[in-house]
Design a protein around this ligand. Structure first.
Ligand SMILES: C[S@@+](CC[C@H](N)C(=O)[O-])C[C@H]1O[C@@H](n2cnc3c(N)ncnc32)[C@H](O)[C@@H]1O
Length: 315
């Protein structure tokens, strides 16, 4: 589904959003959220209007290029009509496919990758062994900057008990295990013994193998068998996307106050933003992202790290 954005420079973004939402509400479906964002859905598509300190940001989506042009046109015309005291310019980007979006420009991604505490030889060799043994599947592995983030978050929570859903060849497993406090334990869930076996020698070389309790079974079974007490200090979810909501629910009530649940791939390569993508995983991730943002059990932030990482901290 195509989408386009525009930045309209103005000192009064909130005022224009209110006016447009109120006026267009007679013919279109409109909402105004407590954070000042407005949504206007006309017959040809939807436009989200976001206030920023010095501008109004517009994001339009529609089923095809023609409908998108109509959404852009109707929003732009109404906006201009309300701007009686200043001259506004809505400079729309060319239409792009939501499935091609990345949270950061590739060149920025590369810059981030070269500006974190680098992975050591053990992690580097595990990444190389994964590429050799699993070919295309190696792209499932977390990136080096995400690995550094996981070790840092585990250390910051002083974690004694961690849970991981989605081990693959154990790169993120090693990153979490390294961050644990002395005597800490990581319950690592996956269905593939074969892939996890690739990582074990590296866990041993890093001296953390005895901290890792690998459970080969569907992760939901492993999580549901856990005590219901809030004992988890940090959890990392990086497995089958359709089950993310179920994993989140099993974990969030078992987090101790201050404990973290970290979710990978919350952006799904940009497809969460694009209503054209309606497979089970897209719908599940979209709903979960909305649920977490409104979940009173946690404080949450979504970071543009790789394919999107959400960190939710139990209140
Ligand atoms: C994206 S990979 C994990 C990558 C890993 N975190 C890393 O950094 O290398 C997803 C993993 O989830 C596992 N998986 C898929 N469905 C699962 C399920 N129902 N229960 C447990 N693990 C599952 C797959 O076997 C795969 O190893």
């Amino acid at each position: 589904m195509p989408l386009a954005t525009a930045r309209v420079v103005t000192a009064h973004p909130a005022r224009y959003i209110k006016q447009l939402v109120s006026h267009m509400g007679h013919k279109a479906t409109t909402t105004l959220r407590p954070d000042g964002r407005g949504t206007i859905t006309v017959s040809s598509g939807t436009c989200v209007l976001t206030p920023a300190p010095d501008r109004l940001e517009l994001t339009a989506t529609a089923v095809d290029a023609e409908s998108l042009a109509r959404v852009q046109d109707v929003i732009t015309r109404h906006l201009m009509r309300f701007a009686t005291r200043e001259e506004l310019v809505a400079d729309w980007t060319a239409a792009i496919d939501g499935g091609e979006l990345e949270p950061t420009e590739p060149v920025v991604g590369e810059y981030l990758l070269s500006h974190h505490t680098p992975a050591d030889d053990i992690l580097g060799e595990l990444a190389a062994a994964t590429r050799e043994a699993t070919a295309d599947a190696a792209c499932m592995q977390v990136s080096a900057d995400e690995g550094t983030l996981l070790t840092m978050l585990t250390r910051l929570t002083g974690a004694h008990f961690a849970v991981e859903v989605g081990v693959f060849t154990g790169y993120s497993t090693l990153c979490i295990a390294r961050g644990l406090a002395d005597g800490g334990r990581l319950l690592a869930c996956d269905v593939s013994e074969e892939w996890a076996a690739i990582g074990r020698p590296y866990w041993e070389r890093a001296g953390v193998a005895e901290r890792i309790d690998l459970r080969i079974a569907p992760a939901l079974e492993t999580l549901r068998a856990l005590d219901s007490e809030p004992v988890i200090d940090i959890a990392f979810i990086d497995a089958d996307k359709g089950n993310y909501p179920a994993y989140y629910e099993e974990i969030v009530d078992r987090l101790r106050p201050g404990g973290l649940v970290v979710l990978d791939n919350v952006f799904l390569g940009g497809r969460v933003l694009d209503p054209a993508y309606q497979e089970e995983r897209h719908v599940a991730m979209r709903r979960l992202n909305d649920l977490i943002a409104a979940d009173e059990r946690v404080d949450a932030v979504m970071l543009p790290v790789r394919d999107g990482v959400t960190i939710a901290r139990r209140r």
